[in-house]
Write a protein that binds this ligand. Structure first.
Ligand code: AHG
Ligand code: MN
Ligand code: MN
Length: 345
């Protein structure tokens, strides 16, 4: 028997504090939670239910899709299309926005999601997750367009992720701090287990795909070199490195014990005309909202991610987020570079 607060109870109690709340948002969140429970169940059963391996197709970004990318996308669409809270949805796995089918009513919210994050981890049984972001539909809710989604991260109503790890967790913010819930598989409910999550301001841990180091820009190289030099270098202390290749799992570690996560700009991506690896609308913005709400910081190195005006549903951005003092330092290294380039010109 649990005596904890369920996620539904938590959201209802939060909404009660908001004047004129209609219950629409609570109900939308319930459908998102249901979708994540279904995906969690599929991930847990893996090969037993035949969901591992490639789907044999590519998404709009030219990445090969795993079966579970496609299935999770479908689970999200089906769970969220019917209830009348959404005007439209957008996902990593779909080039265009998803219109609510004609037989269902349309609502005032927009939902963007990465149905399965870290999908290169699926077949090797390492943690994956789901990321989502809720926006208000400011244009016509009956006939929404892709442009209606292109709002800065500061306009998000809610952001969250589900982590399918040793336990399944849901971490959420509605702009009033960050709370974490653990799925009790026996009763099928997420229970509040991590209230008011705060990222320590300092850290001795960083996460970056170091195989790209020869392509990095000077400020990122400088930061990582200094960390690696440890007690012998400018920082005078030893750092530890982690790379899970699943942003959800990295952000969760950072929310739990601090750290810095980077997927910075690099010359390899630039040569392909890419502006970063991670996608602004359904990876960088929701994670930045969560990190900032937990007292951390999030930047491209040159600007606050949440203030960027998106120009495309699938826009990519450099991401540097986590413990405030370290992210501040990396941003300062970018500023130093800008200043020295300006004075050399
Ligand atoms: P997705 O599986 O949704 O495409 O996202 C994967 C992302 C992110 O979660 C992770 O941090 C990064 O890509 C991994 O990149 P590398 O393959 O360079 O390690
Ligand atoms: Mn992803
Ligand atoms: Mn994905």
């Amino acid at each position: 028997m649990h005596n904890g607060t369920t996620i539904t109870q938590f959201i209802i109690e939060e909404q009660r504090r908001i004047k004129d709340a209609t219950g629409d948002f609570t109900s939308l969140l319930n459908d998102i939670v249901t979708a994540c429970k279904v995906i969690s169940n599929l991930v847990n059963h893996g090969a037993l239910v035949g969901v591992l391996g490639s789907a044999g197709s590519e998404n709009v970004q030219g990445e090969s899709q795993k079966k579970l990318d496609v299935i999770s996308n479908d689970v999200f669409l089906k769970s969220n299309e019917w209830a009348g809270h959404l005007a439209a949805m957008a996902s990593e796995e779909m080039e265009d926005i998803y219109h609510i089918p004609k037989q269902y009513p349309r609502g005032k919210y927009l939902l963007t999601f990465d149905p399965l994050d870290g999908s290169s981890n699926i077949d090797v049984n390492v943690s994956v997750g789901t990321i989502f972001s809720v926006l208000r539909c400011k244009g016509s809710c009956q006939n929404p367009k892709a442009e209606d989604f292109l709002q800065p991260g500061t306009d998000q109503v809610c952001a969250g992720y589900a982590l399918y790890g040793p336990s399944t967790m849901m971490v959420l913010t509605t702009g009033n701090g960050v709370n974490g819930f653990t799925l009790d598989q026996n009763i099928g409910e997420f229970i509040l287990t991590h209230s008011n999550m705060i990222i320590p301001e300092d850290t001795l841990e960083f996460a970056v795909n170091a195989s790209n180091s020869r392509f990095w820009e000077a400020p990122v190289k400088r930061y990582v070199d200094e960390c690696q030099a440890g007690t012998d270098g400018a920082r005078g202390k030893d750092f530890n490195m982690r790379w899970i290749a699943s942003m959800v799992a990295e952000v969760h570690r950072i929310l739990t014990r601090g750290g810095v996560f980077m997927y910075p700009m690099d010359s390899k991506m630039a040569s392909k005309g890419l502006t970063g690896k991670l996608r602004l609308m359904y990876e960088a913005n929701p994670m930045s909202f969560i990190v900032e709400q937990a007292g951390g910081m999030s930047s491209t190195g040159r600007e606050r991610i949440m203030e960027m005006k998106p120009n495309n549903l699938h826009q990519r951005v450099p991401v540097i987020l986590g413990s405030k003092n370290e992210v501040r330092r990396i941003v300062a290294y970018h500023d130093d570079e800008t200043r020295s380039k300006a004075s050399a010109a």
